[in-house]
Design a protein around this ligand. Structure first.
Ligand SMILES: NC(=O)c1ccc[n+]([C@@H]2O[C@H](COP(=O)([O-])OP(=O)(O)OC[C@H]3O[C@@H](n4cnc5c(N)ncnc54)[C@H](O)[C@@H]3O)[C@@H](O)[C@H]2O)c1
Length: 248
């Protein structure tokens, strides 16, 4: 990385962080945040947390899977496509959290051109627009899957990136694309304790301790299933839904 920092080993989502002004984690003021892919799996959890912390959020999403964000005085939701960079208005944004992508391997394989256009081309155009507009931070959600399948028992940042699917490849290349935006790039620790075999030592060394375990998650899922809150609806079958509604 340009400033010599190394990405943490344990993250499932590698977060690439373009920082035009200050050190990561030192700025606690209320911000105006532009969140792409805000209506997806991660965004639907992240956005309420950002709002609860007092930030203003503009949620930007093509809404392939709908929008389940609850209305909030600090929230503006815009339906749009990150590929239409001219339609994106960043005035007043302090930071961008860029989540929009075709976000898993089988969906990425459905239409590789779409996957690359959203994952890389749009990311490059958005990062470039952000830098020109003076947006101070750009957080790009990459993926631990960029390491591919390793024989080593501990997957650390010292190992090569060997992405194996279209999805993984777009994630790896978009990290590199972001480095060419006119901003200083750092890669920061994730506080996501989940991992496949990706080593967590560096994350734990920061003092972070996971509050929730995989066992907790399984217990919650079972509990909600028994209460009838997890329903077998077509839109929850991500691959089939994408095949039918998006790529046809
Ligand atoms: N979920 C995970 O465990 C995980 C792990 C590693 C990395 N990530 C990364 O985190 C990000 C979010 O993942 P997720 O699981 O929430 O995915 P998701 O598929 O649930 O959400 C992605 C969202 O992006 C939107 N989107 C797609 N193309 C768009 C476009 N052209 N313009 C505007 N919006 C668009 C979709 O409508 C969707 O709401 C992705 O970049 C993904 O690669 C996720």
């Amino acid at each position: 990385m340009k400033d010599g920092r190394q990405p943490t080993r344990c993250e499932m989502t590698r977060v690439c962080y373009a920082n035009a002004g200050f050190a990561p984690g030192t700025d606690s003021r209320i911000m105006k945040l532009f969140v792409t892919g805000a209506c997806g799996y991660k965004g639907t959890v992240l956005v309420p947390k950002l709002l609860a912390a007092g930030h203003e959020v503009l949620a930007f999403d093509i809404m392939w899977f709908g929008n389940y964000l609850r209305p909030h005085s600090g929230l503006t939701v815009v339906q749009g496509d990150v590929r239409d960079v001219d339609e994106i208005h960043l005035e007043g944004a302090d930071a961008i959290v860029h989540l929009a992508s075709v976000a898993n391997d089988p969906c990425g394989d459905l239409d590789p051109k779409l996957t690359w256009e959203i994952g890389c081309l749009a990311t490059m155009q958005l990062a470039d627009k952000a830098a020109r507009a003076g947006v101070r931070r750009f957080l790009y959600a990459s993926s631990g899957s960029v390491y591919g399948v390793k024989d080593e028992p501990q997957v650390t940042e010292d190992l090569t990136l060997d992405p194996i699917s279209e999805y993984n490849k777009t994630k790896m290349v978009a990290e590199r694309v972001a480095e060419h935006a006119p901003a200083r790039i750092t890669v920061t620790e994730s506080n996501d304790p989940r991992s496949y075999r990706i080593n967590s030592d560096r994350l734990l060394a920061t003092g972070f301790r996971p509050k929730k375990t995989v066992d907790d998650a399984i217990r919650e899922l079972v509990h909600r299933f028994r209460r009838g809150e997890l329903r077998d609806e077509e839109r929850f079958h991500n691959l089939e839904w994408m095949r039918r509604e998006v790529v046809n």
